[in-house]
Design a protein around this ligand. Structure first.
Ligand code: C5P
Length: 406
């Protein structure tokens, strides 16, 4: 669960995207959050309070004068002890109210009355022209200046039939943003490039050689680095995984393509993490046409050539400046402690993450060992995302130590 015990006030304002708020509420509860729904009167025209009560498990508050709370001060009580307020959907009008500190209904009043430590996030939802309107832009800029986070909006087809920016993000994207908001921004302002997944080395147009890497660890690291505030580019071999929200992804197939994509963008990166299971060899005599199987004929003879070591090539670019900070991965089937330390030295990287290979491939959990100049540290078995967050924090610690030394 990503939000265990978190107390979230979920505010709904008037907009068709209220139908997505039901799904969002469900997702928040599923992730362990305790959700208190507050709706504006306009929101009730789009979705019933009964639905939101059933999904959140708590009575919904709408009316400022509702006497259900003992002291009749819902606008105060509902945010005391809350971990965050999330307004989704947030209409153009509600953005205006927030920008001006309006207190003319329960939701706007509780936003103004929230304690300083309770973050306020909004997921805008409106027509493209409304989003683009100068007044809305002014109000959104004011919200940002006031420390209110804006999740989205996304672009695409809108309920009104027009197309463009203004769609509320999808519930899973809003959930990702909310989860990210609770993570320490230890990589704020850093640019991170990550390779992930297997590579695919063609034999002919329909056949090739690949490996069992699922890409899950690399994708988890991309998500964790982005949650930590980094600008992340993910160079990915073929996988079926969804791109983590807010991450730029470049798809490649072969090791050579992965190398070329990495080298084209490595120059201004602060951190490079090579998680991909890059094929060690490629087929030199790959056929341009499908190789035909002749009855009784000899099988094709494949000739291999070694692929470039991408991690080593990146480490070499930073041999003088020390940038990017390079992190390697090593999957071994035995003697991990011994092989990991040797591999770190051979690859000439400051940090190497080792794991016992085949068992972890495709799994959601892993156990890893970090190797650096001081020795090794075991990170016990945990979901890959949890490990990824720990690895990100270990990288940040080492970067901080480095900048203190220089
Ligand atoms: O030598 P080995 O393949 O075990 O090293 C694994 C590490 O090196 C991983 O970080 C992997 O992404 C990287 N690597 C690479 N290019 C290769 C082979 C491995 O970047 N051709």
């Amino acid at each position: 669960m990503d939000l265990p015990g978190k107390k979230i006030v979920l505010g709904l304002t008037g907009g068709v995207a209220c139908y997505k708020a039901a799904e969002l509420c469900r997702a928040l509860v599923k992730q362990g959050a305790e959700v208190q729904v507050v709706m504006t009167e306009a929101a009730t025209h789009f979705i019933g309070a009964v639905t939101m009560q059933a999904l959140s498990g708590h009575p919904v508050h709408i009316d400022q004068w509702d006497a259900r709370i003992a002291n009749n001060m819902a606008h105060i009580d509902l945010t005391r002890g809350a971990d965050a307020i999330l307004i989704a959907p947030c209409s153009a009008d509600f953005i205006r109210k927030l920008a001006h500190g309006a207190c003319d209904d329960l939701l706007s009043t509780l936003c103004v009355a929230r304690p300083r430590g309770v973050p306020l996030h909004v997921a805008p939802a409106m027509n493209v022209e409304m989003w683009d309107n100068a007044a809305t832009r002014r109000n959104v800029a004011q919200l940002r200046a006031d420390g209110i986070r804006i999740f989205g909006p996304g672009a695409g087809a809108q309920a009104c039939g027009e197309v463009g920016l203004g769609r509320m993000l999808e519930p899973d994207e809003i959930l990702d943003e909310l989860v990210a908001s609770f993570q320490a921004k230890v990589l704020a302002g850093r640019r991170v490039m990550i390779t992930a997944g297997p590579t695919f080395e063609a034999i002919d147009p329909v056949r090739g050689i690949t490996n069992l890497s699922s890409g899950k660890m690399g994708y988890a690291l991309a998500r964790a680095a982005r949650e930590a505030g980094a600008d992340v580019v993910l160079v990915s071999g073929p996988t079926t995984l969804p791109t983590p929200h807010g991450v730029r992804r470049i798809d490649v197939q072969s090791a050579q393509q992965m190398h070329d994509a990495v080298m084209a963008g490595i120059e201004d990166q602060h951190i490079f993490i090579g998680v991909a299971a890059v094929a060690d060899w490629r087929v030199v005599n790959a056929s341009a046409q499908k190789v035909k199987k002749e009855a009784g004929g000899a099988p094709p003879q494949l000739v291999f050539e070694q692929n470039i070591d991408i991690l080593a090539a990146v480490a070499a670019t930073g041999s003088v400046s020390g940038w990017p900070y390079c992190v390697g991965f090593a999957a071994e089937s035995e003697n991990l402690i011994e092989y990991g330390a040797v591999k770190r030295a051979r690859k000439n990287v400051p940090l190497l993450v080792g794991n016992i290979g085949p068992q972890a491939f495709g799994q959601d959990e892993n156990t890893v060992i970090l190797f650096d100049e001081d020795g090794h540290t075991v990170l016990p078995t945990a979901p890959k995302l949890v490990l990824a967050r720990q690895i990100v924090s270990e990288i940040a610690k080492r970067l901080e130590r480095r900048s203190l030394l220089t």
